[in-house]
Ligand binder design. Structure first.
Ligand code: ATP
Ligand code: MG
Length: 567
């Protein structure tokens, strides 16, 4: 492809809307353009890379015997009503009506539709197991679209669904997808961790996420040298008691003006956050509940939602807090609260602690569990933190890092096959319900994750496997016939050998061309400059910007070898 004819609107300036490197680079390198919040168009160079990623995913699925099909993105309401998810998805679902007033949505995920397809096409155990997949556009009206295509409202997902006759079969199908995912992410050149993930309240017997380690990742991963590696949403916590020989004192109300937050309180009382237990009020499907964690800990909303079986869980509104506590926000406490009080294991080990008094500007001190209030339930309701004891080996301290979730594999069980009334006949002619797994890869998110892991100050550094083109040939001075001629020869020779090549035949200054080449990040660049008179060119490797002067023939040979060895 000749750059003079290529739609490649590169930008010198960093677009102000982009906070993280991959988003900035995707805009600057002319890969994507924003249409609306969380909605992007892919320009030619971006689409080339996207197709490569798609094909890596497709090859790994096909080589593990998954079958590709393609479902509509416009989905009738009835399927989601049957599964109960028309309500569950809430505002994240894009909804629309047809001209006759019938309800549809733009598919956020396709469990229902795949299950229905299997229900209508599979009758006998002889047709199972089967794993079906598609690479298709998904729609989710995310609360906070951000980071470009990392969290967008329209994105491409590979979603796969397996159907088995029994649990052992599901284990095999799941392992098969696990292997396929490793193959795909390895091929993309990603460095990733495979972490234990939450399976939700409603069942599912296991789930793992593929996380690309990155400071901009929205997920937090806890890991230990013993091999433990888990999303903190799921990681169990070992309660760490603060040793004290104190006697139990009597509860006492204290005046704490202007002390709503833990920081303000610790400062006012001159103590540390671990002497407090904070009481947070949540709205779980319309019911208000309180949860208590130590002052220096965070509530884990996934654990809380799983315990409560919540469909929608969110912090109670200020109005609900005032109604429930009778006090301004910031003074909630467990004593005479009148709603269920869930207490974290660690709080249950505390003595003589401080809590809100359900009265504006007042707290209680010397509060003790079962003396001053009775918890509804004591359990694990907090986030694990860096330096906590590992829940598996119980010896080492865990570390944490951030990750971008690029894939998720999930043992679903019969949740959808049951609710959608999907059945098959077993060996004895008896009706059985297939056991399902579901498996997602965020294809567009992968592209951002690759760039996040593989770029420098000058631009993108594409791994060969996903690079939109392999080599860019740059005639340094397009007015010099010798240079132009040699560049053209190299361009066509590389193409003949199956290498994907860009020729920068634009009448631009060398500096501009080199900057653009570094920005768009093809693995190799061949500069055809003054040396052309002697048949010499420069071969530049984008990864380390190393430069080699070679004859044109050797440069072509080395380029072909490099690309084929790294594909
Ligand atoms: P997240 O926790 O990031 O919202 P999720 O659990 O909702 O992800 P799944 O429903 O498991 O995601 O979707 C499968 C894959 O699709 C995810 O692993 C992720 O790579 C990708 N994905 C999910 N939501 C988005 C989004 N809004 N934008 C881009 N990719 C997404
Ligand atoms: Mg999500």
């Amino acid at each position: 492809m000749r750059l003079s004819k290529f739609l490649l609107p590169t930008l010198r300036e960093v677009p102000s809307e982009a906070e993280i490197p991959s988003h900035q680079l995707m805009l600057r390198a002319g890969l994507i353009r924003k249409l609306a919040s969380g909605v992007y168009s892919f320009l030619p160079l971006g689409l080339k890379a996207l197709k490569k990623i798609e094909n890596i995913v497709r090859d790994s699925m096909d080589s593990h015997d998954a079958q590709e099909l393609l479902m509509s993105a416009v989905l009738p309401k009835e399927y989601f009503e049957t599964s109960g998810r028309w309500e569950v998805f809430g505002p994240e679902m894009f909804r629309l009506k047809d001209r006759a007033g019938r309800d549809f949505c733009l598919g956020p995920t396709h469990e229902e539709i795949f299950t229905d397809t299997v229900k209508n096409t599979i009758k006998s155990y002889k047709q199972l197991p089967v794993t079906l997949y598609q690479i298709q556009t998904k729609y989710r009206d995310e609360r906070r679209p951000r980071f470009g295509v990392i969290r967008s409202r329209e994105f491409i997902m590979k979603d796969a669904y397996s159907f088995d006759t029994n649990e052992e079969g599901l284990d095999i199908s799941y392992k098969n997808m696990y292997d396929a995912y490793r193959e795909a992410f390895d091929k993309m050149g990603l460095e990733y961790l495979i972490v234990d993930a939450d399976s939700g309240a409603m069942g599912g017997s296991g789930s793992q996420e593929f996380m690309v380690k990155s400071d901009v990742g929205e997920d937090t991963i806890a890991y230990c040298s013993c091999g433990f590696c888990s999303n903190i949403e799921k990681a169990a916590c070992v309660p760490e008691a603060i040793e004290t020989n104190e006697d139990i004192f009597d509860i006492e109300k204290i005046y704490t003006p202007h002390s709503r937050t833990i920081e303000e309180l610790t400062e006012f009382l001159g103590t540390t956050a671990d002497k407090f237990a904070k009481t947070l009020l949540y709205n779980s499907d319309g019911k208000i509940v309180a949860v208590m964690v130590r002052g220096d800990r965070e509530v884990n909303e996934t654990k809380l939602a799983n315990y409560l079986g919540s469909i929608n869980l969110e912090l109670a509104s200020p109005d609900d807090v005032v109604k429930t506590t009778g006090a301004a926000v910031g003074f909630a406490g467990p004593v005479n609260l009148g709603v269920d009080v869930l207490v974290d294991n660690e709080v249950a080990l505390m003595k003589n602690f401080v809590v809100g008094a359900n009265e504006t500007e007042y707290h209680f001190k010397n509060v003790n569990i079962n003396k001053d209030f009775t918890p509804t339930y004591v359990g694990d309701f907090r986030n694990i933190e860096e330096g906590n004891i590992c829940p598996v080996c119980k010896k080492e301290r865990i570390s944490t890092c951030q990750g971008i979730e690029v894939g998720h594999i999930f043992k679903l069980g019969t949740k959808y096959s049951k609710s959608m009334d999907c059945k098959f006949l077993d060996e004895n002619g008896k009706e059985q319900i297939p056991i399902m797994g579901c498996y997602g890869i965020g294809v567009t998110r992968c592209m951002a994750a690759i760039i996040e892991q593989s770029s420098d100050e000058s631009g993108i550094i594409w791994p060969v496997s996903v690079a939109p083109y392999h080599v860019i040939v740059v005639p340094v001075n397009t007015k010099n016939e010798e240079q132009v001629k040699l560049a053209e020869e190299i361009y066509s020779e590389l193409k003949k050998n199956g290498i994907e090549v860009l020729l920068d035949d634009r009448n631009e200054r060398a500096g501009v061309k080199f900057k653009d080449a570094d920005l768009i990040g093809m693995p190799l660049r061949i500069n055809v400059g003054k040396g052309a008179a002697d048949g010499l060119v420069e071969l530049v490797t984008r990864k380390d910007l190393s430069v080699k002067e070679l004859s044109a023939a050797d440069a072509i040979k080395e380029a072909i070898e490099y690309i084929n060895n790294n594909k």
